[in-house]
Design a binder for this molecule. Structure first.
Ligand code: PMT
Length: 218
């Protein structure tokens, strides 16, 4: 691991979950802890990069010498990503972004009432990583894919559909890796090939990923 391999580069990373408000006290979210994204921010900084970490709500301490931009919702994460885009060399999307949000967050707490069912209409959130990949000049854009089946097929589909340079695919049907665990095992899906990175700590995986990205930029 060459500690200067990203010197002079600007790396922007999204991490953690997003929260989509239903009303002032409730939200839709997921189990992302932010560990993978925070580990990547540390690895990018260790490699010499100027590092920006756009993070949804997590319980993690903010990494040293990394610019942390805290956000809550997918729309906020999108706005922060657009702002961080100028001069961005590498954009890495580890965040588990909610694909949909409630059409309208209720201004007051939703009351239980007499109803046995409650229908909430959801609308699609902006696709952050696809928007970054569509930008000119295009940063080297890395997506993650959390899948429970046909992991490689779906990851390759994301690579092509979102015009990404690399997709890091994890099988989240396993409870020992992926969401919230300290370890992860992934398959790197490149345009022309695939590479397995067997189970290891998210910190080690982050260093291994940064090394490969740096090699690709060189
Ligand atoms: O946070 P941890 O507990 O450490 O867990 C890590 C992780 C499992 C969350 C992480 O490794 C991971 O797989 N992140 C992506 C999870 C995900 O939501 O994948 P997806 O298949 O829904 O999205 C694909 C890619 O598009 C991702 O890079 C995602 O950040 C991005 N995306 C998705 C939707 C959206 N509206 N905007 C996006 O940028």
């Amino acid at each position: 691991f060459d500690t200067g391999s990203l010197a002079g580069k600007r790396v922007v990373i999204t991490a953690g979950p997003t929260r989509e408000a239903l009303d002032p006290v409730r939200y839709i979210s997921n189990h992302s802890s932010g560990k993978m994204g925070y580990a990547l921010a540390e690895a990018a900084r260790e490699a010499g990069a100027t590092t920006v970490l756009i993070s949804g709500p997590t319980h993690l301490p903010s990494p040293e010498r990394v610019t942390l931009l805290p956000v809550v919702s997918a729309e906020e994460m999108y706005a922060a990503s657009l702002q961080a885009l100028p001069d961005c060399d590498v954009f890495i999307a580890t965040a588990a972004v909610a694909d949909y949000r409630p059409d309208q967050a209720a201004a007051q707490k939703i009351k239980k009432g007499e109803r046995d069912t409650l229908v909430i209409e959801l609308v699609k959130n902006p696709d952050i990583v696809a928007a970054m990949a569509a930008h000119t000049p295009k940063p080297f854009t890395v997506g993650f894919a959390a899948e429970t089946e046909r992991v490689i097929d779906y990851a390759r589909d994301k690579l092509e559909r979102k015009q990404l340079d690399l997709v890091v695919a994890n099988d989240v049907s396993r409870s020992d890796i992926g969401f919230n665990s300290d370890e992860n095992a992934v398959t790197l899906v490149w345009p022309q090939r695939e590479e397995n990175l067997s189970r290891r700590s998210k910190h080690q995986l982050a260093r291994d990923l940064v090394e490969r990205i740096a090699r690709q930029l060189a």
